[in-house]
Write a protein that binds this ligand. Structure first.
Ligand SMILES: *[C@@H]1O[C@H](CO)[C@@H](O)[C@H](O)[C@H]1NC(C)=O
Ligand SMILES: *[C@@H]1O[C@H](CO)[C@@H](O)[C@H](O)[C@H]1NC(C)=O
Length: 505
């Protein structure tokens, strides 16, 4: 770029002469100090950009300092935010004692979809440790709407699970036969419970030898638990709960196929399934007929408590999943090239290919499980929603960039796991802000191009999955409701399971 003032200075020969003549050692020193000061300024400015949200600096030595931001390379769109030397830390502290054999048993019925169950099972490992009981391999949710009859060992590597946690909690495949017929304490543990709650629960052992837990989701608080319990949750989630070998191997094969198609890929968690839209009441961009169909589905689904939803208001609050069209505008504004390889991790897109074309018209290089694998290969996964979700999970973890278009158990789990593995890039759309921009586009108050790009990039520069502490409850919310507003433990296991200094290993 031409610098105007520089040109003007150069033009009159007299002034050039004067400047030349006035070069003294003092001026040179001043000049060097100025250069030094401005590079510090540039350095501070750049590192601040990498820092997530309003968090305090947590690092001292950046690894990747990009000294030439003016070179418009697309690498920054793919590179992970710097981890600043953070690493996983899940080893127990020196106070931690090996699990003892216990003749008290905990049986669990794990509820929800794959990622809700994974978090719930990891929590139950920690609960069994607090209760000093033996954990029986959990039973999985088989309710019809999860479309899966898989057992624990169909989805997870059971042997690896038991072995990895052997010094933390005793885990057995089945409840001993002689205990099946004796009375069990059946409990619905309170949600987001702390250590004290489970100390109380431990009193049940006076009267019962078996405690049955009816639900496993969110039974443990996100925060204020002993460090060793938090780290045990991470060991369970990230080290013990491996997928069963057939799923793990096939998932890796699909990742290899993606890598053959393109060096790098985005895993897009496109939440645009019928049930999602019906549940959230988001009908923006749909026909009246479609909107009606979704409304009827919502009214007919008993466990969805909120029946009347104003889609317009919901969307303006940022509570709607991005539409395929909006995702296309978003990715383009971020700077991704039309040739970008995008893997769609999702169920069936509502409106099918014609709606997906609103994204593929901008990004034709879109792939799904169905385009990566043969029918024969996918056969074992059809009618097993959790196993199919496990493939999406593996591909999402391994992707260069993960983008969820809506929050949810999968988005949270993948984001947290990526943070744990070294803050792999996760771009979380700022839906409320984006919707304002999309509406301006619609009204013609804004056009696609550099100005939209600047807005979108600015809005997302601190939403790239870089290191930051887990967020606490929303300010001003009192009582138990505040737990719901906290960032979940598995969405960001920092600081307990992600450390900087060696001592915390
Ligand atoms: C754990 O339970 C076993 C047997 O049920 C008991 O012997 C042991 O003392 C308990 N440990 C603690 C720390 O309570
Ligand atoms: C939904 O909310 C919008 C914005 O507040 C309002 O203009 C519209 O009339 C509402 N629609 C219905 C059906 O209530």
């Amino acid at each position: 770029m031409v610098n105007r003032s520089f040109v003007q200075h150069r033009n009159p020969p007299t002034s050039r002469f004067i400047i030349r003549k006035s070069f003294s050692p003092f001026a040179v020193t001043l000049f060097l100090i100025f250069i030094f000061a401005s590079s510090i300024f540039v350095f501070l400015f750049c590192t601040r950009n990498i820092l997530e949200d309003e968090q305090k600096p947590l690092f001292s030595k950046p690894e990747k300092f990009q000294s030439k931001p003016e070179l418009k390379s697309v690498d920054h769109l793919w590179n992970a935010p710097s981890s600043y030397g953070f690493h996983p830390c899940v080893k127990p502290t020196s106070r931690y004692e090996a699990a003892q054999t216990s003749d008290h048993y905990i049986t669990v019925r794990s509820n929800g979809g794959l990622n809700q169950m994974r978090a719930g099972i990891s929590d139950m490992v920690a609960v069994a440790r607090i209760l000093n009981g033996t954990l029986v391999i959990p039973q999985l949710d088989k309710r019809s709407f999860w479309h899966d009859t898989s057992t624990f060992s169909d989805i997870f590597d059971e042997h690896h699970f038991i072995k990895t946690l052997q010094s933390d909690v005793k885990i057995v495949k089945e409840l001993p036969k002689e205990l099946e017929s004796i009375p069990h304490a059946r409990k619905h543990f309170t949600s987001w419970a702390g250590f004290g709650y489970y100390e109380e629960i431990a009193r049940l052992w006076r009267d019962y030898q078996v405690i049955h837990v009816a639900k496993s989701d969110s039974r443990l608080a996100n925060n204020d638990l002993p460090l060793d319990i938090q780290r045990l949750r991470c060991r369970a989630m990230y080290e013990a709960l491996h997928f069963a070998p057939p799923i793990e191997n096939f998932g890796k094969k699909l990742v290899e196929r993606l890598r053959l198609r393109g060096e790098r890929y985005i895993a897009l968690h496109l939440r645009y399934e019928k049930d999602m839209l019906s549940f959230t009441g988001c009908t923006y961009g749909l026909t009246n007929l479609e909107a009606e169909e979704l409304k009827i589905m919502r009214e007919k689904t008993p466990h969805w408590k909120i029946k009347i939803i104003n889609s317009t208001e919901h969307r303006m609050e940022g509570l709607c999943p991005l539409t395929p069209k909006e995702v296309g505008i978003f990715l383009q504004a971020l700077g991704y090239l039309p040739s970008t390889l995008i893997y769609i991790a999702a169920g069936e897109i509502y409106g099918g290919d014609s709606r997906l074309s609103e994204l593929s018209s901008r990004f034709p290089n879109i792939v799904t499980k169905e385009t990566l694998a043969t029918e024969e290969e996918l056969k074992p996964f059809i009618n097993h929603a959790s196993q199919s979700a496990a493939l999406d999970y593996i591909i999402s973890i391994e992707s260069d960039v993960f983008i969820p278009t809506y929050s949810g158990n999968m988005a949270r789990a993948v984001e947290g796991h990526r943070r744990f593995l070294g803050h792999r890039k996760t771009i979380t759309p700022e839906r409320k802000g984006l919707v304002e921009l999309f509406d301006k586009l619609e009204k013609g108050q804004l056009t696609e191009g550099s100005s939209l790009s600047d807005h979108v990039q600015q809005m997302h520069k601190n939403r790239q999955g870089g290191p930051r502490r887990r967020r606490g409850p929303q300010a001003g919310i009192k009582g138990r409701a505040r737990f719901r507003t906290e960032e979940s433990f598995y969405e960001n296991p920092y600081p307990e399971c992600i450390c900087k200094s060696k001592q915390q290993l």
